[in-house]
Design a protein. Sequence first.
Length: 483
Amino acid sequence: MSEPQKVAERPKGAPPTASSVDGYFKISERGSTFAREVRGGFATFFTMAYILVLNPIILGSAKDKFGHQLDSVQLVTATALVAAVMTIIMGVGGNLPLALAAGLGLNAVVAFQIAPLMSWDDAMGLVVLEGLLICVLVVTGLREAIMHAIPAPLKAAIGVGIGLFIAFIGFVDAGFVSRIPDAANTTVPVQLGGTGTLSGWPIVVFCLGVLLTIGLLARKVRGAILISIVTMTLLALVINSVADVKSWGLTTPAWPDKIADTPDFGLIGHFSLFGAFGETTVITVVLLIFTLILSDFFDTMGTVVGISAEAGLLDEEGKVPNLGRVLLIDGAAAVAGGASSSSSATSFIESAAGVGEGARTGFANLVTGGLFACALFLTPILTIVPMQAAAPALVAVGFLMMTQVKHIDWDKYEIAIPAFLTIAVMPFTYSITNGIGAGFLAYVLIKAVLGKAKEVHWLLWGTSALFLIYFAIDPIEQLFGTK
């Protein structure tokens, strides 16, 4: 990603035309052509289409407080619908080659952190609330205040921690790593495979998928993740047809009776806006919403600025065109994701693939969004992908998020220690919220010990106080006799 202040040189395109479409999207003005926009739209779709497979697997593999699971077919429909609609709206309203879909990391928070505490409807209601609050933050101008409250290295640490958490989920769900039962009387909590060794054809598919993915990423092949998922799914189909495989887990790779089918919109509108407050404590609900906002809001800011810089669209002051409108649409995407039960939708950094193919305007989004709309009818194909074929993508995304670690000054302990705790606590406790809380508390404590308390923004002090209550909720409940 380019530095936010850097304004990339715009390619020279065809001379301006009288086309109303060209004029609206400023295609010629931005040095692009219709061919480049179409090519860029295709590139973005094929680079991020893996979300149609991964989002249903991540959300579909989790259970809510009552043991209910979301239907994978309905999840594919919901994921494709939100991606199609919000990507087109971003193109028309924001005029940036910036596609949106269910955010990786955000869906992990919903699936493994929020859903176990309440029903799916309540969990998705929190996602809707998160999106509405982001919209309020944008409209009221509080965005700058929040941006300045959290140190940049700590933001980077949050991204790294989420990346490791996602990678760990991939290893576990593929069966590459498994939990050792307590009956084993061992101090080692996890092990290689199911018995300390790797065995079975599904693990072979996963391992080959990891090797293929990292090889394609190393060669900077566009669509590397999607290519790996498709290739490994085809291999799994062949293996399943000729070998005796006892279990593939949640999804068995078997060719469907039909390739296309009518979309199932059964999850649309299934959310409860305030139901979560009746399932858990108010402080827990507040912290969960805060976690979603933090994960979504800052990632979006970096993505928007980075994509705009790569496209050469930043002005002389390094500002993004139509930034307020773009952020508002992104917030609305989170609302749409929650309302459709597909988790919070956000801007995708994979949009850089389209920019690399020449996209400079929102017209490319019409192509990308149109392709997502076509995917609505291809659910049978998208639901044959086993976790072993999709999990390598989680490992790859974990690596990509891990690269943010370079933005942390490890020689400066007052930020390095909080950053380390943020990164370590997330995967080790299987909780993104715990990692953020540990990092925030360590940061304000160290600043206070060093006599630099005034350097900590009041918003960070307030948030840390909430996290302190969150970690101490059990003794507090006992103290007040509420438990």
